[in-house]
Design a protein around this ligand. Structure first.
Ligand code: ATP
Ligand code: MG
Length: 360
C-alpha cells in the first residue's frame, strides 16, 4: 500500500532554531516512517528578502539541510529538495496566480504581519506579493495529505485549499457541494490539504515584549533564537539571558508564571514534569531563584540537542554528501511534480507535448 504523503519545508534565510523544532521539525522526524515525506528548501522565496545576498541563500540551503540531517531526518526515507530545481513549481505558480485575486492575496494576515514586522512599507517587490501563490504551488505540486507547520503558516494553507477546491470545481467537474474530504474521490486532482500544528504553535523568542507589549516569535530574522547548531556554552549563555518576570528583582520576590518565557521554555523542553510543577509553585512564592531554574532549562535543552550534535558531525565537513542528498531528493521531487504538472496541463487543455527533466 502507498504511504500517505507529507510536504513541508523552510526558507533558507538562516539556520534552524528551537521554534522550528517544536513547530514543525519534531513532527516531521516522528512522521517520516509512516509518510512519504517531501521537504522543500524554498530558495526562491528567500529572495523576497535576500535579493542582494544570493551567496547567503546558497549557504543557508546547506545549513538547513545539515540541520535536517542532524535533527534526525533520514535521507533514505525522506526527500529533501531545492525549490528552484523543480521547474513545475514555477510553472504552477504562473497558473495559480491567475486563480486568486490580488485583493485576496493582500488580505492574508501573515503577509500583512511580515510587511509590518520587516518594515517593508510600500517598497515590497512584486515577487514578495507572489510568494503566497508560489507557496501554493510548492504544496499542490506534491498533492500531499498533510502539511506540518507553525501557526503563522495557516493563512497560506487556507489559500492553498481555496485554490485546490477552485481547480477541482473549474477543471475536474467536481460538484461545488462536495466536502473537502471527498474532493479527490469525486474526481478532483488536488486534495484539500490538512495542516498539522506542532507541540508549540508559536514559540516565543529569548527577548522581552515588543512595542505593542507582545512577546515576539522566535525567528531567524529577529536575533532571538537558540539554534539547533548552537554548542553547549552558547546554549547556556543564551538561556541565562532569557527574559523572565521584570518585576522580580530578588529570588525571594514572588514571580509570575503566565507569559513568562522561562516557563514557556520549561513547558516546551523540560521532560521533568514533576520538577516543573514544584518549581513553578516555589517561583510564585519567591522560594527559588531564576538562576537555578535557568540552569535546569539549559540542561534540558542541551540534552535535546546532544544527539543532533552527534549526527551533525557525520556530515559537517562533507559538503559533497550533502549535495548528493539534495540531488537525489531533487530528482525524486521532479518525478512527482512533473506528473502533477502534466495532469494539470491535461485538465486545462494545454497538453501539447510530453517532457522529462534530467540532471547531469
Ligand atoms: P523568518 O524569520 O525568516 O520568517 P522563520 O524563523 O519564521 O524565518 P520559516 O522558514 O519562515 O522560519 O518557517 C519554517 C517553518 O517553521 C514554518 O512552518 C513556521 O511556521 C515554523 N516556525 C518558524 N518559527 C516558529 C516558531 N517560533 N514557533 C513555531 N513554529 C515556527
Ligand atoms: Mg517565517
Amino acid at each position: 500500500m502507498e504511504k500517505p504523503r507529507l510536504l513541508t519545508g523552510d526558507t533558507p534565510t538562516g539556520k534552524l532554531h528551537l521554534g522550528h523544532w517544536v513547530g514543525s521539525v519534531e513532527n516531521r522526524v516522528a512522521m517520516q516512517k509512516e509518510y512519504d515525506c517531501y521537504f522543500i528548501l524554498a530558495n526562491m522565496q528567500a529572495f523576497t528578502t535576500h535579493i542582494n545576498h544570493p551567496s547567503e541563500v546558497r549557504q543557508h540551503v546547506f545549513d538547513v539541510t545539515l540541520d535536517y540531517l542532524a535533527a534526525g531526518i533520514d535521507p533514505n526515507l525522506s526527500t529533501i529538495f531545492i525549490q528552484s530545481e523543480v521547474p513545475a513549481i514555477a510553472e504552477l505558480t504562473f497558473l495559480f496566480s491567475m486563480m486568486v485575486s490580488y485583493s485576496r492575496v493582500m488580505r492574508n494576515p501573515t503577509l500583512k504581519d511580515e510587511i509590518r514586522d520587516k518594515g517593508l512599507g510600500d517598497h515590497y517587490s512584486f515577487g514578495f506579493v507572489l510568494y503566497p501563490i508560489s507557496q501554493i504551488a510548492d504544496i499542490l505540486a506534491f498533492r500531499p495529505d498533510v502539511v506540518p507547520v507553525g501557526e503563522d503558516q495557516l493563512p497560506h494553507l487556507e489559500l492553498a485549499t481555496e485554490v485546490a477546491r477552485r481547480f477541482n470545481i473549474l477543471y475536474c467537474n467536481v460538484d461545488p457541494h462536495v466536502s473537502d474530504e471527498a474532493m479527490t474521490q469525486a474526481g478532483g486532482l488536488f486534495p484539500v490539504v490538512k495542516s498539522k500544528l506542532g507541540k508549540v504553535k508559536r514559540l516565543v523568542g529569548l527577548g522581552g515584549p515588543n512595542a505593542q507589549g507582545q512577546l515576539c516569535k522566535m525567528s531567524k530574522s529577529l536575533n532571538n533564537a537558540i539554534y539547533l547548531s548552537d554548542d553547549n556554552d552558547t546554549v547556556y549563555q543564551k538561556v541565562m539571558s532569557i527574559y523572565t518576570d521584570p518585576q522580580r528583582v530578588r529570588a525571594t520576590d514572588p514571580g509570575k508564571i503566565d507569559n513568562n518565557p522561562l516557563w514557556i521554555f520549561h513547558d516546551a523542553f523540560n521532560p521533568d514534569l514533576a520538577w516543573i510543577q514544584e518549581a513553578k509553585e516555589k517561583y510564585q512564592h519567591g522560594k527559588i531563584g531564576d538562576v537555578e531554574c535557568k540552569k535546569k532549562l539549559a540542561e534540558a535543552i542541551i540534552s535535546l540537542l546532544q544527539p543532533m550534535q552527534e549526527r551533525r558531525k557525520q556530515y559537517k565537513n562533507d559538503k559533497d554528501s550533502v549535495l548528493e542528498i539534495l540531488k537525489k531528493g531533487t530528482i525524486r521531487a521532479n518525478v512527482l511534480a512533473e506528473n502533477t504538472l502534466s495532469l494539470v496541463k491535461e485538465k486545462v487543455s494545454q497538453d501539447y507535448f510530453s517532457r522529462e527533466i534530467t540532471y547531469k
